[in-house]
Design a protein. Sequence first.
Length: 103
Amino acid sequence: MIVDIQNPRCVIAKPSTEPVRVTDHAVLRYMERAMGLNVEIVRAHILQICADAAAFGAVCVRSEGFRFEIASGAVVTVTSDQQSPGATTRERAQDKIDRAKGR
């Protein structure tokens, strides 16, 4: 910050050398307002996918190739689901068998 000696109330700011960040909130609002994305339709779609499982205490829902993470009654993030549900079930079953046998 540089202060004008003749007018101490006039402050001239130096340009920042730090890069400007763009938050997820800004990206979402841009998509909503500039690109016409209807966020409420997306929210309703996610709710439709997760509501029943969340009501029974699920911490994640796998659907449409994604994993919807649930915490404290809210869907908090969505990640790509790289594992097929069948493989997950087989792996869990084998883990239970191995633990029961003391392996």
